[in-house]
Design a protein. Structure first.
Lengths: 253, 122
């Protein structure tokens, strides 16, 4: 996904201006920890505006697709739709009693899915996307929650299964760090691609070196998310026993 | 809390009669799984397809149903279900089981009403 460029450019420009001001303040030797923090906070707010700007259009780039055969028919399916479908089929299979009927029923289900895919395709060779998969799943019925099927999903792909209303904390992300995980941590806080944040910092570095200073400040100020609880807080996922278990299970996979 | 208990019982009851419903529908004529679901919906018995397929397979393995493959213009071939003689026999038995159940409930409900009336009059 990318955001409308001119908005981003504007905010990058604003950030650069502010960091230059930061540099000046520090160079002039005043006791300015308070000011430094204010400016850093300002920068972070601006970055969040880019991320949350409703006018910034999220445009879907081309996606990887996979060819699958299901129910003896071949379909081309987008990779996130495939992940969802695979998880559904797995949890459906597990909800069936483990006997020879399992294979028969799964065959029936796959035939039915193939049938529904054909029905939902409005034109030949139409790619199966997540929307189609979701409507097929709602037709067949979600798997019952005696064994919560949510645990089999990769939690970072479908955020709806966690209550995202917990407040986020800004941590450095040690799992995805180029230098110290500062950009990765900021990206996790705003739920954006870390590459965007790294790009911003790189531009700041190139245009006068103030990016280095900002980075170091953030490195010092931001705590590292070294425990699972902190990593969940970083992404705004409530720290419950279930979520911790899911996180560690998924990390092991 | 009260509502949840009723829903549970309702779900149990529905589960219990679903097999009876399937046999009934197929006794009227052969059908695809999707047709069976529509019939059930028309009779206010909402069931998702994910529940139906395992049940159809089980009944087939019990010898109550059989199927043949039918070619379809809309995609892959589909299973066309029909009721077997054994299925018809079971259906007849279930008919009388159902009649008994209805009878029992009627009697208990009426008897309860009667004895309550006696208590209040007496």
């Amino acid at each position: 996904m990318y955001y409308v460029i001119h908005d981003t450019e504007f905010y990058i420009y604003v950030c650069i201006t502010k960091i230059k001001a930061l540099e000046d303040i520090i160079n002039s030797g005043y006791d300015t920890m308070h000011d430094i923090c204010k400016i850093v906070e300002f920068i972070i707010v601006k970055i969040s505006l880019v991320a949350n700007n409703p006018k910034a259009k999220k445009i879907n780039r081309m996606k990887k697709v996979i060819d699958i055969t299901i129910g003896k028919v071949v379909f081309t399916i987008e990779d996130d739709a495939y992940t969802r479908l695979e998880a559904y089929l797995k949890s459906f299979e597990e909800s069936l009693p483990n006997n020879k009927e399992r294979a028969e029923v799964m065959e029936d289900i796959e035939l039915r899915i193939a049938e529904l895919f054909e029905k939902e395709s409005k034109f030949p060779r139409q790619v199966i996307d997540l929307k189609i998969v979701e409507s097929v799943i709602s037709c067949l019925g979600e798997v019952e929650n005696n064994k919560s099927e949510k645990t089999t999903n990769n939690y970072s792909q479908s955020n709806t299964q966690y209550n995202m209303k917990a407040s986020k904390k800004l941590y450095r992300n040690p799992d995805d760090k180029k230098i110290a995980g500062v950009c990765s941590g900021i990206a996790a806080y705003f739920d954006v691609d870390p590459t965007i944040i790294r790009l911003i910092f790189l531009i700041l570095v190139i245009s006068g070196g103030s990016g280095v200073l900002a980075y170091i400040i953030l490195w010092v100020v931001m705590e590292e998310a070294d425990t699972v609880a902190k990593k969940l807080e970083m992404r705004g996922i409530p720290v419950t026993a279930e979520n911790i278990k899911n996180y560690t299970d998924n990390s092991r996979n | 809390m009260e509502t949840i208990n009723v829903d549970n019982i309702k779900a149990q009851m529905r589960k219990g009669i679903l097999e009876y419903c399937i046999l009934s529908i197929l006794s009227e004529g052969d059908a695809y799984a999707s047709v069976i679901i529509n019939e059930l919906k028309n009779s206010e018995m909402i069931v998702v397809e994910g529940t139906l397929y395992p049940l159809l397979t089980r009944q087939k393995n019990q010898g109550l149903l059989s199927y043949r493959w039918e070619e379809s213009t809309q995609g892959p071939p589909r299973k066309y279900y029909s009721i077997t003689d054994k299925g018809k026999a079971v259906l007849a038995e279930l008919d009388s089981v159902w009649a008994d159940l209805v009878n029992t409930i009627d009697r208990i409900r009426n008897k309860t009403n009667e004895s309550l009336q006696e208590v209040s009059v007496g």
